[in-house]
Design a protein around this ligand. Structure first.
Ligand code: G3I
Length: 349
Protein backbone atom coordinates (compact mmCIF):
# COMPACT_ATOMS: atom_id res chain seq x y z
CA UNK A 1 0.00 0.00 0.00
CA UNK A 2 2.72 2.52 0.82
CA UNK A 3 4.31 1.66 -2.55
CA UNK A 4 1.00 2.41 -4.16
CA UNK A 5 0.47 5.77 -2.50
CA UNK A 6 4.02 6.77 -3.44
CA UNK A 7 3.20 5.88 -7.04
CA UNK A 8 0.00 7.88 -6.87
CA UNK A 9 1.84 10.90 -5.49
CA UNK A 10 4.41 10.63 -8.28
CA UNK A 11 1.67 10.36 -10.90
CA UNK A 12 -0.03 13.41 -9.39
CA UNK A 13 3.22 15.38 -9.40
CA UNK A 14 3.91 14.40 -13.01
CA UNK A 15 0.42 15.47 -14.07
CA UNK A 16 0.91 18.82 -12.34
CA UNK A 17 4.22 19.36 -14.19
CA UNK A 18 2.61 18.48 -17.54
CA UNK A 19 -0.32 20.79 -16.94
CA UNK A 20 2.05 23.60 -15.91
CA UNK A 21 4.01 23.03 -19.12
CA UNK A 22 0.81 23.18 -21.16
CA UNK A 23 1.36 19.62 -22.35
CA UNK A 24 -1.61 17.88 -20.79
CA UNK A 25 -4.63 19.80 -21.93
CA UNK A 26 -7.06 18.58 -24.61
CA UNK A 27 -9.57 15.72 -24.39
CA UNK A 28 -7.07 12.93 -25.10
CA UNK A 29 -4.89 13.94 -22.18
CA UNK A 30 -7.92 14.31 -19.93
CA UNK A 31 -9.18 10.85 -20.84
CA UNK A 32 -5.74 9.50 -20.13
CA UNK A 33 -5.64 11.17 -16.72
CA UNK A 34 -8.97 9.71 -15.59
CA UNK A 35 -8.20 7.09 -13.00
CA UNK A 36 -10.10 3.83 -13.29
CA UNK A 37 -12.82 3.68 -10.64
CA UNK A 38 -13.31 0.84 -8.17
CA UNK A 39 -16.07 -0.40 -10.48
CA UNK A 40 -13.73 -0.29 -13.51
CA UNK A 41 -11.11 -2.25 -11.61
CA UNK A 42 -13.63 -4.80 -10.34
CA UNK A 43 -15.12 -5.23 -13.83
CA UNK A 44 -11.74 -6.42 -15.12
CA UNK A 45 -12.23 -9.40 -12.81
CA UNK A 46 -15.86 -9.88 -13.86
CA UNK A 47 -17.03 -8.47 -10.51
CA UNK A 48 -19.06 -5.42 -9.51
CA UNK A 49 -18.21 -2.89 -6.82
CA UNK A 50 -21.21 -1.36 -5.09
CA UNK A 51 -22.32 1.02 -2.38
CA UNK A 52 -25.48 1.31 -0.34
CA UNK A 53 -27.15 4.68 -0.20
CA UNK A 54 -30.19 6.26 1.42
CA UNK A 55 -32.70 8.82 0.22
CA UNK A 56 -31.92 11.72 2.61
CA UNK A 57 -28.30 11.78 1.42
CA UNK A 58 -29.21 12.32 -2.20
CA UNK A 59 -29.47 16.10 -1.75
CA UNK A 60 -25.71 16.22 -0.99
CA UNK A 61 -24.20 16.84 -4.41
CA UNK A 62 -20.58 16.23 -3.41
CA UNK A 63 -21.78 12.89 -2.05
CA UNK A 64 -23.83 11.89 -5.10
CA UNK A 65 -20.97 12.70 -7.43
CA UNK A 66 -18.76 9.93 -6.07
CA UNK A 67 -21.76 7.65 -5.55
CA UNK A 68 -22.55 8.01 -9.24
CA UNK A 69 -19.04 7.57 -10.56
CA UNK A 70 -17.06 5.14 -8.42
CA UNK A 71 -19.59 2.26 -8.21
CA UNK A 72 -21.58 0.11 -10.62
CA UNK A 73 -24.05 -1.43 -8.15
CA UNK A 74 -26.33 0.38 -5.71
CA UNK A 75 -28.32 -0.92 -2.72
CA UNK A 76 -31.07 1.18 -1.12
CA UNK A 77 -30.21 1.12 2.60
CA UNK A 78 -33.82 1.60 3.72
CA UNK A 79 -36.04 2.60 0.79
CA UNK A 80 -37.23 -0.88 -0.21
CA UNK A 81 -37.89 -2.24 3.28
CA UNK A 82 -41.40 -3.18 4.36
CA UNK A 83 -42.03 -0.08 6.54
CA UNK A 84 -41.20 2.11 3.53
CA UNK A 85 -42.98 0.15 0.80
CA UNK A 86 -46.20 -1.01 2.48
CA UNK A 87 -46.74 1.47 5.34
CA UNK A 88 -50.42 0.54 5.52
CA UNK A 89 -51.80 -2.83 4.64
CA UNK A 90 -52.32 -3.03 0.89
CA UNK A 91 -51.13 0.56 0.34
CA UNK A 92 -47.79 0.58 -1.44
CA UNK A 93 -45.33 3.46 -1.62
CA UNK A 94 -42.50 3.19 -4.11
CA UNK A 95 -41.22 6.78 -3.82
CA UNK A 96 -37.95 6.06 -2.02
CA UNK A 97 -37.07 2.88 -3.86
CA UNK A 98 -37.96 4.42 -7.22
CA UNK A 99 -35.80 7.47 -6.55
CA UNK A 100 -32.77 5.28 -6.03
CA UNK A 101 -33.51 3.03 -9.01
CA UNK A 102 -33.89 6.12 -11.20
CA UNK A 103 -30.59 7.59 -10.01
CA UNK A 104 -28.82 4.27 -10.51
CA UNK A 105 -30.16 4.01 -14.06
CA UNK A 106 -29.00 7.55 -14.86
CA UNK A 107 -25.54 6.52 -13.70
CA UNK A 108 -25.61 3.17 -15.58
CA UNK A 109 -25.54 1.25 -12.32
CA UNK A 110 -27.38 -1.92 -11.40
CA UNK A 111 -29.39 -2.37 -8.20
CA UNK A 112 -29.14 -5.01 -5.47
CA UNK A 113 -32.62 -4.74 -4.01
CA UNK A 114 -32.95 -5.04 -0.22
CA UNK A 115 -35.02 -6.58 1.44
CA UNK A 116 -38.33 -8.47 1.31
CA UNK A 117 -38.60 -10.60 4.47
CA UNK A 118 -36.98 -9.36 7.65
CA UNK A 119 -37.94 -9.06 11.31
CA UNK A 120 -36.87 -5.43 11.57
CA UNK A 121 -38.23 -2.17 10.16
CA UNK A 122 -41.71 -3.64 9.75
CA UNK A 123 -44.77 -1.35 9.76
CA UNK A 124 -46.90 -1.15 12.91
CA UNK A 125 -49.96 -2.73 11.28
CA UNK A 126 -47.95 -5.87 10.72
CA UNK A 127 -46.32 -6.19 14.14
CA UNK A 128 -49.23 -5.11 16.31
CA UNK A 129 -51.70 -7.80 15.24
CA UNK A 130 -51.98 -11.50 16.07
CA UNK A 131 -52.05 -13.29 12.71
CA UNK A 132 -53.13 -16.82 11.94
CA UNK A 133 -50.71 -18.72 9.73
CA UNK A 134 -53.11 -18.52 6.76
CA UNK A 135 -53.54 -14.75 7.15
CA UNK A 136 -49.85 -14.04 7.53
CA UNK A 137 -48.94 -16.26 4.61
CA UNK A 138 -51.33 -14.29 2.40
CA UNK A 139 -49.92 -10.97 3.66
CA UNK A 140 -46.36 -12.13 2.94
CA UNK A 141 -47.21 -13.47 -0.49
CA UNK A 142 -48.95 -10.26 -1.46
CA UNK A 143 -46.08 -8.09 -0.24
CA UNK A 144 -43.41 -10.09 -2.06
CA UNK A 145 -45.40 -10.45 -5.25
CA UNK A 146 -46.35 -6.77 -5.43
CA UNK A 147 -42.91 -5.41 -4.64
CA UNK A 148 -40.95 -7.80 -6.84
CA UNK A 149 -43.37 -7.18 -9.74
CA UNK A 150 -43.00 -3.45 -9.30
CA UNK A 151 -39.23 -3.71 -9.70
CA UNK A 152 -39.26 -6.50 -12.28
CA UNK A 153 -36.61 -5.93 -14.92
CA UNK A 154 -35.17 -3.03 -12.94
CA UNK A 155 -33.08 -4.80 -10.32
CA UNK A 156 -30.26 -7.30 -10.56
CA UNK A 157 -31.03 -9.19 -7.37
CA UNK A 158 -33.16 -9.37 -4.24
CA UNK A 159 -32.19 -10.07 -0.67
CA UNK A 160 -35.32 -12.16 -0.27
CA UNK A 161 -34.86 -13.22 3.35
CA UNK A 162 -32.63 -11.23 5.67
CA UNK A 163 -31.09 -12.43 8.95
CA UNK A 164 -33.04 -15.65 9.44
CA UNK A 165 -30.64 -17.34 11.89
CA UNK A 166 -29.30 -16.77 15.40
CA UNK A 167 -25.60 -16.80 16.25
CA UNK A 168 -25.80 -20.44 17.40
CA UNK A 169 -27.29 -21.50 14.08
CA UNK A 170 -30.87 -21.98 15.30
CA UNK A 171 -33.70 -20.25 13.48
CA UNK A 172 -34.36 -16.73 14.71
CA UNK A 173 -37.76 -16.61 16.41
CA UNK A 174 -39.23 -13.93 14.17
CA UNK A 175 -42.84 -13.20 13.40
CA UNK A 176 -42.36 -15.24 10.22
CA UNK A 177 -40.76 -18.26 11.84
CA UNK A 178 -43.08 -18.33 14.83
CA UNK A 179 -46.22 -18.09 12.74
CA UNK A 180 -45.25 -19.94 9.57
CA UNK A 181 -42.40 -22.27 10.53
CA UNK A 182 -39.14 -22.58 8.56
CA UNK A 183 -41.00 -23.18 5.29
CA UNK A 184 -41.51 -19.42 4.93
CA UNK A 185 -38.02 -19.17 3.42
CA UNK A 186 -38.70 -21.55 0.51
CA UNK A 187 -42.14 -19.97 -0.02
CA UNK A 188 -40.64 -16.47 -0.15
CA UNK A 189 -38.04 -17.56 -2.71
CA UNK A 190 -40.69 -19.23 -4.88
CA UNK A 191 -43.03 -16.23 -4.79
CA UNK A 192 -40.17 -13.86 -5.63
CA UNK A 193 -39.11 -16.05 -8.54
CA UNK A 194 -42.64 -16.15 -9.93
CA UNK A 195 -42.81 -12.36 -9.79
CA UNK A 196 -39.44 -11.79 -11.49
CA UNK A 197 -37.84 -14.90 -12.99
CA UNK A 198 -34.66 -13.00 -13.90
CA UNK A 199 -33.77 -11.46 -10.54
CA UNK A 200 -31.01 -13.27 -8.64
CA UNK A 201 -32.45 -14.37 -5.31
CA UNK A 202 -30.38 -14.26 -2.12
CA UNK A 203 -30.47 -15.11 1.53
CA UNK A 204 -28.47 -12.47 3.41
CA UNK A 205 -27.03 -12.29 6.93
CA UNK A 206 -24.29 -10.88 9.16
CA UNK A 207 -21.64 -12.85 11.08
CA UNK A 208 -21.60 -15.57 8.46
CA UNK A 209 -18.28 -14.54 6.94
CA UNK A 210 -16.32 -17.21 8.79
CA UNK A 211 -17.09 -20.91 8.94
CA UNK A 212 -19.08 -21.44 12.14
CA UNK A 213 -22.49 -22.45 13.51
CA UNK A 214 -24.38 -19.62 11.81
CA UNK A 215 -22.79 -20.01 8.37
CA UNK A 216 -23.10 -23.81 8.74
CA UNK A 217 -26.86 -23.37 9.06
CA UNK A 218 -26.92 -21.40 5.81
CA UNK A 219 -24.82 -24.09 4.18
CA UNK A 220 -27.21 -26.85 5.26
CA UNK A 221 -30.31 -24.86 4.35
CA UNK A 222 -28.90 -23.84 0.95
CA UNK A 223 -28.05 -27.44 0.17
CA UNK A 224 -31.55 -28.55 1.13
CA UNK A 225 -33.22 -25.80 -0.88
CA UNK A 226 -31.13 -26.60 -3.95
CA UNK A 227 -31.99 -30.31 -3.60
CA UNK A 228 -35.68 -29.39 -3.48
CA UNK A 229 -35.39 -27.19 -6.57
CA UNK A 230 -36.19 -24.00 -4.68
CA UNK A 231 -35.04 -20.94 -6.68
CA UNK A 232 -32.10 -19.78 -4.58
CA UNK A 233 -29.23 -18.12 -6.47
CA UNK A 234 -26.91 -16.79 -3.82
CA UNK A 235 -25.83 -16.17 -0.28
CA UNK A 236 -25.09 -12.61 0.82
CA UNK A 237 -22.48 -12.21 3.51
CA UNK A 238 -23.07 -8.77 4.98
CA UNK A 239 -19.53 -8.43 6.40
CA UNK A 240 -20.15 -5.81 9.08
CA UNK A 241 -16.72 -6.37 10.60
CA UNK A 242 -15.11 -4.82 13.69
CA UNK A 243 -11.37 -4.59 14.32
CA UNK A 244 -11.82 -5.63 17.97
CA UNK A 245 -13.31 -9.01 16.99
CA UNK A 246 -10.60 -10.14 14.58
CA UNK A 247 -10.60 -10.83 10.87
CA UNK A 248 -12.73 -13.79 9.66
CA UNK A 249 -9.80 -15.88 8.45
CA UNK A 250 -11.96 -18.64 6.95
CA UNK A 251 -13.86 -16.24 4.66
CA UNK A 252 -12.36 -17.61 1.45
CA UNK A 253 -13.02 -21.25 2.40
CA UNK A 254 -16.53 -20.31 3.36
CA UNK A 255 -17.21 -18.56 0.04
CA UNK A 256 -15.80 -21.57 -1.75
CA UNK A 257 -18.08 -24.10 -0.06
CA UNK A 258 -21.16 -22.13 -1.15
CA UNK A 259 -19.75 -21.92 -4.68
CA UNK A 260 -19.47 -25.69 -4.72
CA UNK A 261 -23.21 -25.91 -4.07
CA UNK A 262 -23.70 -24.00 -7.32
CA UNK A 263 -24.48 -20.72 -5.61
CA UNK A 264 -23.25 -17.18 -6.12
CA UNK A 265 -21.91 -15.35 -3.12
CA UNK A 266 -21.48 -11.63 -2.53
CA UNK A 267 -20.18 -9.41 0.22
CA UNK A 268 -23.26 -7.26 0.58
CA UNK A 269 -22.89 -4.69 3.39
CA UNK A 270 -19.17 -4.35 4.03
CA UNK A 271 -17.83 -2.02 6.68
CA UNK A 272 -14.97 -2.35 9.16
CA UNK A 273 -15.64 -0.41 12.31
CA UNK A 274 -13.25 0.42 15.11
CA UNK A 275 -13.30 1.95 18.56
CA UNK A 276 -12.83 5.69 18.21
CA UNK A 277 -10.64 7.64 17.96
CA UNK A 278 -9.28 6.29 14.70
CA UNK A 279 -5.48 6.17 14.79
CA UNK A 280 -3.04 5.64 11.91
CA UNK A 281 -2.47 2.09 13.13
CA UNK A 282 -6.15 1.25 13.23
CA UNK A 283 -6.71 2.79 9.80
CA UNK A 284 -3.81 0.74 8.44
CA UNK A 285 -5.26 -2.44 9.92
CA UNK A 286 -8.65 -1.56 8.54
CA UNK A 287 -7.09 -1.05 5.10
CA UNK A 288 -5.51 -4.50 5.31
CA UNK A 289 -8.92 -6.02 6.11
CA UNK A 290 -10.52 -4.30 3.12
CA UNK A 291 -7.66 -5.58 0.96
CA UNK A 292 -7.98 -9.13 2.29
CA UNK A 293 -11.74 -9.42 2.00
CA UNK A 294 -11.56 -8.15 -1.58
CA UNK A 295 -8.84 -10.70 -2.28
CA UNK A 296 -11.01 -13.46 -0.83
CA UNK A 297 -13.88 -12.55 -3.15
CA UNK A 298 -11.59 -12.36 -6.19
CA UNK A 299 -10.14 -15.77 -5.34
CA UNK A 300 -13.52 -17.52 -5.51
CA UNK A 301 -15.06 -17.73 -8.96
CA UNK A 302 -18.67 -17.37 -7.93
CA UNK A 303 -18.16 -14.47 -5.56
CA UNK A 304 -19.81 -11.96 -7.88
CA UNK A 305 -19.04 -8.65 -6.18
CA UNK A 306 -18.76 -6.44 -3.13
CA UNK A 307 -20.96 -3.71 -1.75
CA UNK A 308 -19.90 -1.32 1.01
CA UNK A 309 -22.64 -0.17 3.40
CA UNK A 310 -22.46 3.37 2.11
CA UNK A 311 -19.05 4.68 1.12
CA UNK A 312 -18.39 7.55 3.53
CA UNK A 313 -18.21 7.82 7.31
CA UNK A 314 -20.48 10.85 6.91
CA UNK A 315 -23.46 8.56 6.34
CA UNK A 316 -22.46 5.36 8.12
CA UNK A 317 -25.05 3.64 10.34
CA UNK A 318 -22.35 2.65 12.87
CA UNK A 319 -22.05 5.61 15.28
CA UNK A 320 -25.80 5.58 15.98
CA UNK A 321 -25.88 1.83 16.67
CA UNK A 322 -22.50 1.31 18.36
CA UNK A 323 -21.75 4.41 20.43
CA UNK A 324 -18.00 5.09 20.56
CA UNK A 325 -17.36 3.17 17.34
CA UNK A 326 -17.16 4.31 13.73
CA UNK A 327 -14.73 5.31 10.96
CA UNK A 328 -15.85 2.12 9.22
CA UNK A 329 -15.84 3.11 5.55
CA UNK A 330 -13.17 3.82 2.91
CA UNK A 331 -13.99 7.55 2.68
CA UNK A 332 -13.92 9.83 5.74
CA UNK A 333 -16.59 12.29 6.88
CA UNK A 334 -15.21 14.95 4.55
CA UNK A 335 -15.48 12.48 1.65
CA UNK A 336 -11.70 12.13 1.50
CA UNK A 337 -10.35 8.68 0.60
CA UNK A 338 -8.76 6.83 3.52
CA UNK A 339 -6.02 4.16 3.45
CA UNK A 340 -8.82 1.58 3.01
CA UNK A 341 -9.73 3.14 -0.33
CA UNK A 342 -6.16 2.78 -1.64
CA UNK A 343 -6.05 -0.76 -0.28
CA UNK A 344 -9.20 -1.61 -2.26
CA UNK A 345 -7.60 -0.25 -5.43
CA UNK A 346 -4.46 -2.23 -4.72
CA UNK A 347 -6.46 -5.45 -4.17
CA UNK A 348 -8.41 -4.92 -7.40
CA UNK A 349 -5.43 -3.99 -9.55
O1 G3I B 1 -37.08 7.60 9.25
C1 G3I B 1 -36.79 8.01 10.58
C2 G3I B 1 -36.84 9.50 10.74
O2 G3I B 1 -38.14 9.95 10.47
C3 G3I B 1 -36.39 9.88 12.15
O3 G3I B 1 -36.33 11.26 12.26
C4 G3I B 1 -35.03 9.29 12.46
C5 G3I B 1 -34.57 9.57 13.88
O4 G3I B 1 -33.88 8.50 14.44
O5 G3I B 1 -35.07 7.89 12.28
C6 G3I B 1 -35.39 7.51 10.94
O6 G3I B 1 -35.37 6.12 10.86
C7 G3I B 1 -34.09 5.53 10.87
C8 G3I B 1 -33.92 4.73 9.59
O7 G3I B 1 -32.69 4.02 9.62
C9 G3I B 1 -33.94 5.61 8.35
O8 G3I B 1 -32.89 6.55 8.40
C10 G3I B 1 -33.99 4.60 12.08
O9 G3I B 1 -34.00 5.35 13.26
C11 G3I B 1 -32.72 3.78 12.00
O10 G3I B 1 -32.77 2.81 13.02
C12 G3I B 1 -32.61 3.08 10.67
O11 G3I B 1 -31.36 2.42 10.63
C13 G3I B 1 -31.18 1.51 9.57
C14 G3I B 1 -30.99 0.09 10.13
O12 G3I B 1 -30.75 -0.79 9.06
C15 G3I B 1 -32.18 -0.41 10.91
O13 G3I B 1 -31.91 -1.70 11.40
C16 G3I B 1 -29.94 1.91 8.81
O14 G3I B 1 -30.15 3.18 8.21
C17 G3I B 1 -29.62 0.87 7.75
O15 G3I B 1 -28.39 1.18 7.17
C18 G3I B 1 -29.53 -0.49 8.43
O16 G3I B 1 -29.23 -1.47 7.48
C19 G3I B 1 -29.14 -2.82 7.97
C20 G3I B 1 -29.52 -3.72 6.81
O17 G3I B 1 -30.78 -3.39 6.34
C21 G3I B 1 -29.46 -5.18 7.23
N1 G3I B 1 -28.19 -5.51 7.79
C22 G3I B 1 -27.74 -4.66 8.88
C23 G3I B 1 -27.74 -3.20 8.43
C24 G3I B 1 -27.18 -2.32 9.49
O18 G3I B 1 -28.03 -2.28 10.61
Amino acid sequence: MPRHSTRLRLAGALAAVLVAAGLATGPAAQAHERQPTLADLARRHGRYFGSATDNPELTDSAYTQTLGSEFDMITPGNGMKWYATEPQQGVFDWANGDEIVRLARQNHQRVRAHTLVWHSQLPGWLTSKQWTAAELRAVLKKHITTEVRHYRGKVYSWDVVNEAFNEDGTYRETLWYKTLGPGYIADALRWAHQADPHARLYLNDYNIEAVGPKSDSYYRLAKELKAQGVPLDGIGLQAHLALQYGYPATLEDNLRRFSRLGLDTALTEVDVRMQLPATDDKLAEQAAWYRDLTGACLAVRRCVGLTIWDYTDKYSWIPAFFPGEGAALPWDEQLRPKPAYYALREALR
